[in-house]
Design a protein around this ligand. Structure first.
Ligand SMILES: CC(C)(COP(=O)(O)OP(=O)(O)OC[C@H]1O[C@@H](n2cnc3c(N)ncnc32)[C@H](O)[C@@H]1OP(=O)(O)O)[C@@H](O)C(=O)NCCC(=O)NCCS
Ligand SMILES: [Zn+2]
Length: 314
């Protein structure tokens, strides 16, 4: 552990430091101006040697977005209750596991930057036990408030409606969650999953994996790229990502599914071959847009969906 820490420290020191100002310059080049909501998927180490670490990345991202959203997924809350076992449920998932809490750490493969965002004051987290998002800024509550167990990616619909942007910071489209929202609208079958909460095990829905999502790149019309330090940063409009996903799936219903034999993508593929695909309307978003109209017309109706102000660990 200590050796790994020392190794990482030396490796980092080998790279020229990247400052918050460098990062902000890159964000500006990508066309960000602080007026637009932004969802970010990130790798801190991709920057090589970021001065101030995850905290200064977040400062830069918050300055260049009106609302900042990141996934705060907690895959380890997924459980496999014996009575609900499905053939597509991986054998490695246990029957019991830790329940989701407002301060549950994000999974390691989601990253240190969203974890840092959770630990900073002022961030909100949605309530989904496995696929929560963390957000800060002007419309954080609104973006998070639409999420339900049945529709975990609903926050992306709000970002799309607000003409938000997606930023891939040192990662590629395999981390681009907005593709999953496009899949939902395109009518891709979803898999049942179960997750542990403090109130007990609940049912939710889960998509195919994202290993083949890089195939979307050539279909995007708004993609811009910049290099900062050692990292490639890419930005696109959420609406572009969603539209490209829908187009690809409309043309080839199995587009963007991986071909690994043991992957749940093969169960989705089988369902498509059996039942076809049936495009969906986002009723949650339509409801939200309707509620918003009422609020804009002067109603004092409160939001019904819970979001949690992040409670710090003791
Ligand atoms: C998996 C993933 C997070 C790994 O990226 P990573 O850069 O290795 O990991 P993190 O972003 O958590 O950053 C931690 C690493 O940054 C490095 N680091 C720490 N401080 C640093 C600094 N100041 N400057 C540069 N690197 C630093 C460390 O090496 C650390 O690794 P360690 O935990 O082994 O010590 C990334 O590849 C990824 O996929 N991110 C997107 C996830 C996502 O949004 N998915 C959506 C669901 S599909
Ligand atoms: Zn797969």
């Amino acid at each position: 552990m200590v050796i790994l820490f020392v190794f990482n420290f030396i490796r980092r020191a080998w790279n020229a430091p990247v400052s918050q100002t460098d990062l902000e310059r890159g964000l500006k080049q990508l066309g960000l101006n602080g007026q637009t909501p932004l969802i970010v998927h990130s790798s801190l180490s991709s920057l090589g040697n970021m001065s101030g670490g995850a905290n200064s990345v977040l400062h830069a991202l918050e300055r260049f977005s009106s609302t900042l959203v990141m996934p705060a997924f907690t895959y380890y809350t997924l459980v496999w209750p014996t009575q609900y076992r499905n053939a597509d449920w991986p054998a490695t998932v246990s029957e019991d596991g830790p329940p989701f809490r407002a301060d549950s750490p994000v999974s390691r493969d989601i990253g240190r930057i969203p974890q840092m965002m959770l630990e900073r004051s002022g961030a909100l987290r949605s309530m989904h036990p496995a696929l929560s998002f963390v957000a800060s800024g002007k419309d954080a509550r609104m973006v998070l408030g639409v999420q339900t167990l049945e529709h975990p990616y609903a926050p992306i619909g709000v970002l799309e409606a607000m003409d938000g942007l997606v930023l891939l910071l040192g990662v590629d489209h395999r981390s681009n969650t907005s593709v999953h929202y496009g899949e939902y609208l395109a009518g891709r079958p979803q898999l049942e999953r179960w997750a542990n909460t403090q109130q007990g095990v609940v049912r939710t829905y889960y998509p195919n994996c994202s290993a083949a999502f890089n195939a979307i790149e050539g279909s995007l019309q708004t993609l811009k790229t910049v290099e900062i330090g050692k990292a490639i940063l890419q930005v696109a409009r959420v609406s572009d990502v969603v539209a490209a996903t829908k187009r690809l799936i409309a043309n080839h219903p199995e587009a963007l599914l991986c071909s690994y034999p043991g992957c749940r993508c093969q169960n989705i593929r089988a369902k498509i071959r059996q039942d076809g695909i049936h495009p969906r309307r986002d009723l949650r978003l339509e409801e939200w847009l309707g509620e918003r109209r009422i609020v804009e017309e002067g109603s004092t109706r409160q939001e019904e969906n819970p979001t949690w102000r992040v409670a710090k660990s003791q």
